[in-house]
Ligand binder design. Structure first.
Ligand SMILES: [Ca+2]
Length: 96
């Protein structure tokens, strides 16, 4: 799906931003289509400051995000994080 930047709606812009943020960080090291732990850390520290308080938080979150247990966070796994945060911010937490 491609967006026409000149006529993008708010939601389209948001979706494009999420893809761009993921790609920017995923491309830093290792595979370009998934986030290593270092990339997750950099992404969260820069894009969601305040979410992580310490290394323990990162370890816990990374473990929770890595559903398929391959040691990396792919786009689907990243979207679960974004969706969860969005739900919490909107006051409608996801049921586990
Ligand atoms: Ca994974």
């Amino acid at each position: 799906m491609a967006f026409q930047t000149a006529t993008m709606t708010q939601l389209e812009t948001s979706v494009a931003c999420m893809m761009k943020v993921f790609d920017t960080y995923a491309g830093k090291e290792g595979k370009p289509d998934s986030l290593t732990k270092a990339e997750v850390k950099a992404l969260l520290e820069n894009e969601l400051p305040g979410l992580l308080k310490n290394q323990e938080d990162l370890d816990k979150l990374f473990k929770e995000l890595d559903f398929n247990g391959d040691g990396e966070v792919d786009f689907n796994e990243f979207m679960v994080l974004v969706a969860s945060i969005t739900c919490v911010c909107h006051g409608r937490p996801c049921k586990k």
